[in-house]
Design a protein around this ligand. Structure first.
Ligand code: MTE
Length: 316
């Protein structure tokens, strides 16, 4: 079984953890809770060592950990469906048990990680990150994963490696969207500069809400780059390559006038078809509230050094 530690260093102010801890605590103290515990439901929850932290009490603007149900049912995963609420149904029969993640290209020590390696090769931590989609909605998710920088260190990139290319699975037999969207340049690919990839915020995610990552969220392993629009956070990775030239992503290929390479969250640069100044908070309500979008999604202090000399008033 896998274990992980909590890393508070990267947590930004969100509402107290009780939002999703309360159930666990309630279970501990009641007869019903004991029953649930012994029936196994609470087993995964109980293994997690969460601490509440005073930093989370102060919220401005008011971010809250998104209800797990919403994160599991409101998904962008075009390999399965264009409809957010259809993805969860369509992943049901998809098997991920013989997964391999190849890591290679301009590196001295290429390696292949199997399903078990993904959760055991590196120390796992939980981090609560804001997640901002280019479609102007946002969530706050307690991801579990490891820093991509650790994996990068282990493969020893050659000096010529300037970019990292991420390739995800595209299996037309098991992923109906791949067949239906036949004009899309599958597979879904994404890219980062090597400095962005090594940034301590960049996370390889294998879980969320204390549990292994759900298939609709990109199991068994996905990227999470919290200061960039969500489409950079590619799901269900099968290959990571170190390359010399800036790789072209699926979105750059499909709609170059709308999606750039960097795709940093920037409230001052609108999407050609809508404003990026604010975002809809996914909270399950009929009229979700809108809040202002923050530069780099609130992660400015971790990443500004990466973009010296880049004109951020231009298209992202
Ligand atoms: N990765 C793959 N392989 N396919 C996709 O369609 N959608 C992206 C990103 N990664 C996508 C993907 C977009 S647009 C967003 S907003 C997030 O995944 C959504 O992640 P979630 O469903 O876990 O919230």
């Amino acid at each position: 079984m896998w274990s992980y530690k909590k890393n508070l260093e990267f947590d930004l102010p969100v509402t107290p953890r009780w939002a999703y801890l309360r159930r666990r605590d309630l279970m501990k103290g009641t007869a019903l809770g004991a029953l649930a515990y012994w029936s196994g439901w609470a087993f995964a929850q109980e293994k997690l060592k969460f601490k509440s932290n005073a930093d989370f009490q102060k919220v401005d603007p008011p971010y809250k950990v998104t209800d797990k149900k919403l994160v599991l049912s409101y998904n962008n995963f075009y390999e399965f469906s264009l409809e957010k609420d259809e993805v969860v149904k369509k992943v049901a029969g998809w098997k991920i048990d013989s997964w391999k993640l190849e890591v290679g290209g301009l590196v001295k020590k290429p390696r292949t990680l199997n399903l078990q390696d993904l959760t055991t090769a590196f120390e796992l931590e939980e981090r609560i990150y804001r997640f901002r989609c280019v479609e102007a909605w946002s969530m706050v998710v307690p991801w579990i994963g490891f820093s991509l920088s650790k994996l990068i260190e282990s493969v020893e990139p050659k000096p010529e490696a300037k970019f990292v290319k991420f390739t995800t699975l595209a299996d037309p037999a098991k992923m109906p969207g791949v067949k239906e969207l036949s004009n899309y340049p599958w597979p879904y690919t994404e890219g980062l500069t090597i400095e962005e990839a090594k940034n301590p915020l960049t996370l390889m995610v294998v879980g969320a809400y204390g549990e292994p990552l759900a298939k609709q969220n990109g199991a068994p392993i996905r990227l999470i780059v919290p200061w960039k629009y969500g489409f950079k956070s590619a799901k269900s990775l099968v290959k990571i390559e170190f390359v010399k030239e800036q790789p072209k992503s699926l979105w750059q290929d499909l709609a170059p006038s709308e999606y750039g390479f960097y795709a940093n969250v920037n409230p001052k640069v609108d999407h050609p078809r809508w404003s990026q100044a604010s975002e809809k908070v996914i909270d399950g309500s009929f009229f979700p509230k809108r809040i202002p979008t923050l530069m780099y999604n609130g992660y400015e202090k971790y990443v500004t050094g990466l973009y010296a000399g880049l004109d951020l008033k231009k298209k992202y």
